[in-house]
Design a binder for this molecule. Structure first.
Ligand code: ADP
Ligand code: MG
Length: 628
């Protein structure tokens, strides 16, 4: 038998490599723009059609390529940036693998024009699916102009995997910001479907951040700076009020390259300790300069993690410089999350009396205090004192709520059979008799709030302990879903509409989801140029909640692709979570009664629609067992 092993033709090998490097239009944008930066461009124009699906064009005024290089650059491992393995430890360029151009050209129809300033004429190269179709001299401006058409035209399986234009555009935007934020000296323009959507003039870092995220961010930025022999750190951190649950304004860069760094992220969070609600994190734009020999960027072509040699030493340096920035501007001792006023005005620093950030105490109103570990509110104390000491055992009742579908205090406490609404004794209806003999008593208390978190009440089958937040989530979710299905909305118009600055990808998404938003009770209009106006909000929401909800939602949906399916449910659930009463809120008996009776009017009051336990019941038998 003859030998069976042979080398793959370059076109095939490149297509395989492209699977690693080029996943979507955004990868092409990243590679081409990084090449322009490496070529020393001071102006980069990016033109896209259909989120890059139809074409991606990158035009730069960089150093261009010679006739020979114009052809060579499409060969595998052809690079001008390194020539030996040692160079890997002294990297100053974005690229170095020589993989991008052969990969891109193997999965698209590509046209490139390039000219060096010292040459009379430039070179045109045309490649389809990795095959060079044409190379000739051409008159063109200095610099390089790449036109990448019909990405994945010859790999239908991959083309099929592309998501909606909104989602793909959002990926592009993300890559674009990552390059633009670390090259403020370079001018950028981004056109989408012939419209100029971002114009970023060359300037300083602060100007660049504002040009991208809108002028509102300006007042939020605190500058950080530290210079040690090991590392130079500079940039900005957002004030504590920029903290969000999902935050896409968090950027680390090292030596001009974007990176993800979960370990340094923790250092930043540590500096904000006690200034932000746990689970949220602030904006930041942090730039590291280190000796290239001390980092390893060569982990994976598309991974953005970068290993530092001295992470442990850098951690405290980073942490304390962020802390110092926070301490400098802030001498206000209290932090009021609920009302969100701008209490952090820039305050001149008094060097003789530096204020450490740890001096700030949270001072919240009773509805929510993330720092308090003992959640026992004053009003509950009364109940405790009056009630039978055995009632203290109720404490065990809420143990089970922490986990999902976990029986609370005994396996039988939460029967598998669906909850029977006839079980519910309507305490508001005085005509209904009760087997527990609560009716007819004077000054009776039918609802007890426990730890400002649970509602205790009597059902025919036993004593119920209801999680107030989840109960309200359940009630609201069902209401929102009904509104969406019946195509009607319950909205409150705002006297003063809220103006919001949004990214282009978010504006596209809002447009996409306009109908669902309106049935949830939002009245939103697009003002153009990255600005929207919220004129009406769902009736249960307050303005801050509505705004946060909208931001969170855009954040989580914009890269999610064509999630039309199940989208309304997710939107309704998130809104219910946002507007439902929180744990820690004191409820009057009337509020408890209303909530409980609304809950029991639903078919399955015992679980939220995402399967979390709403209530737990202790049966008569279980109670009696305790007294044996
Ligand atoms: P790498 O960037 O890793 O070197 P690429 O495949 O991205 O690999 O590019 C190959 C080479 O083509 C680069 O090393 C560079 O010399 C040249 N090149 C690519 N894009 C440009 C550009 N916009 N201007 C000038 N030269 C370029
Ligand atoms: Mg490159």
């Amino acid at each position: 038998m003859s030998d069976v092993i042979h080398l793959l033709p370059d076109t095939v090998a490149n297509q395989i490599a492209a699977g690693e490097v080029i996943q979507r239009p955004a990868s092409v944008v990243k590679e081409l723009v990084e090449n322009s930066i490496d070529a020393g461009a001071t102006s980069i124009k990016l033109l896209l059609k259909d989120a890059g699906r139809t074409y991606i064009q990158v035009i730069d005024n960089g150093k261009g390529m010679s006739e020979t290089d114009a052809r060579l650059c499409f060969d595998r491992h052809a690079t001008s940036k390194i020539s030996s393995a040692d160079d890997l430890f002294a990297l100053r360029t974005m690229g170095f693998r020589g993989e991008a151009l052969p990969s891109i050209s193997s999965i698209s129809q590509l046209e490139m024009k390039t000219k060096r300033p010292e040459d009379e004429v430039g070179t045109l190269v045309e490649i389809n699916g990795g095959k060079i179709e044409r190379q000739e001299s051409v008159a063109c401006p200095d610099g390089t102009n790449f036109l990448v058409k019909n990405i994945f035209y010859n790999v239908p399986a991959r083309r099929k995997f592309l998501k909606s234009n909104t989602a793909e555009f959002s990926h592009i935007e993300k890559e674009f910001f990552r390059v633009a934020l670390v090259n403020p000296q370079v001018e950028f323009e981004l056109y989408h479907n012939d419209q100029l959507v971002y114009q970023l003039h060359a300037g300083g870092l602060r100007e660049r951040i504002i040009a991208i995220f809108g002028k509102n961010i300006n007042a939020q930025l605190l500058s950080i700076e530290v210079d040690t022999p090991l590392v130079k750190i500079g940039g900005y951190v957002g004030k504590p009020e920029t903290a969000k649950k999902q935050n896409d304004r968090q950027y680390f860069f090292v030596n001009g390259r974007y990176m993800r760094h979960p370990y340094f992220h923790k250092a930043v969070l540590q500096a904000f300790d006690r200034l932000i609600v746990p689970g949220t994190s602030p904006d930041y734009f942090i730039y590291f300069e280190v000796d290239p020999a001390n980092i390893d960027v060569n982990i994976h072509p598309t991974k953005t993690e970068i290993k530092f040699e001295s992470e442990q030493t850098i951690w405290p340096i980073l942490m304390s410089c962020v802390k110092e920035a926070l301490g400098k501007f802030n001498i206000v001792p209290s932090l009021d999350f609920e009302h969100g006023e701008d209490i952090f005005q820039d305050v001149p620093l008094n060097p003789s009396n530096p204020v450490s950030t740890s001096a700030f105490e949270a001072n919240l109103d009773t509805s929510y205090n993330p720092f308090k570990t003992d959640g026992c509110g004053g009003s509950n104390y009364q109940y405790k004192k009056k009630s039978d000491p055995n009632l203290q055992n109720w404490e065990t009742l809420y143990n089970g709520f922490e986990s999902e579908r976990t029986p609370s205090f005994s396996p039988s406490a939460f029967p598998d059979k669906p909850f029977d609404p006839s079980n519910f004794i309507d305490h508001s209806d005085t005509s209904s008799g009760s087997e527990f003999g609560m009716e007819g008593e004077e000054n009776k208390t039918h609802y007890i709030q426990f730890k400002n978190k649970y509602i205790l009440t009597v059902l025919k089958s036993g004593l119920a302990c209801i999680d107030q937040h989840r109960a309200h989530v359940k009630v609201l979710y069902e209401r929102y879903m009904k509104n969406i299905q019946q195509r009607k909305a319950a909205s409150q118009q705002l006297m003063f509409p809220i103006r919001l600055e949004v990214m282009e990808s978010e504006a596209m998404l809002l447009d996409d989801m306009a109908e669902d938003f309106s049935f949830l009770g939002f009245d939103i209009s697009c003002l153009g140029k990255g600005s929207i106006s919220i004129n009406g909000i769902p009736s249960e929401c307050n303005e801050t909640e509505a705004e946060n909800y909208l931001r969170d939602l855009l954040q989580s949906f914009k890269e999610g692709g064509d999630m039309k399916e199940g989208r309304a449910e997710k939107m309704a659930m998130k809104l219910a979570e946002t507007s439902a009463i929180k744990a820690g809120k004191h409820l009057t008996e009337e509020e408890m009664m209303n909530l409980v009776s609304q809950l029991f009017s639903l078919p399955t009051p015992d679980y939220t629609s995402d399967n979390r336990i709403v209530m737990s019941i202790m049966t008569m038998e279980e109670i009696e067992k305790k007294f044996k």
